[in-house]
Design a protein. Structure first.
Length: 134
């Protein structure tokens, strides 16, 4: 039997969840005092909000795929030609992103490099809240 994951899309406004065991697309806007400018300001409240959302929408335990909407990350094409220059550009970019707990990764697309920065705490908080529910 093939396990089909549930998809959780994280945007600035909240979560959108869909899957084969869910009727349509269900949405959960972030409550006030929970997430502001992609920063988690109420971890306990976010966890509680996700628990109520899952119970209300009868989202069954399953594997999850968490997708970060384009509006939740920052991206920059890098121009450095050496590893040292690339590392310097990445650090400068990470330092310029207005997030409390930035996390970065470099991707090679064709012959160009792109740095992507996310708020690790937001991603981890959403992931852990769903994991706690199975």
């Amino acid at each position: 039997m093939k396990i089909v994951p549930t998809i959780v899309n994280v945007s600035r406004a909240g979560l959108s969840v869909c899957g084969t065991q869910i009727n349509g697309l269900v949405k959960m806007p972030f409550g006030s005092g929970v997430v502001k400018d992609l920063n988690v300001i109420g971890l306990a409240e976010l966890t509680a909000q996700i628990k109520i959302f899952v119970e209300t929408n009868k989202i069954p335990p399953s594997d999850l795929v968490v997708v970060l909407d384009a509006e939740t990350y920052f991206e920059k094409q890098l121009v450095g030609e050496t590893d040292e220059k690339l590392a310097g550009e990445v650090q400068e970019f990470v330092d310029s992103v207005p997030l409390a707990s930035p996390s970065s990764k470099i991707f090679k697309v064709g012959n160009k490099y792109h740095a992507v920065v996310i708020n690790r705490r937001l991603y981890e908080s959403v992931r852990m809240a769903f994991e706690a529910l199975g």
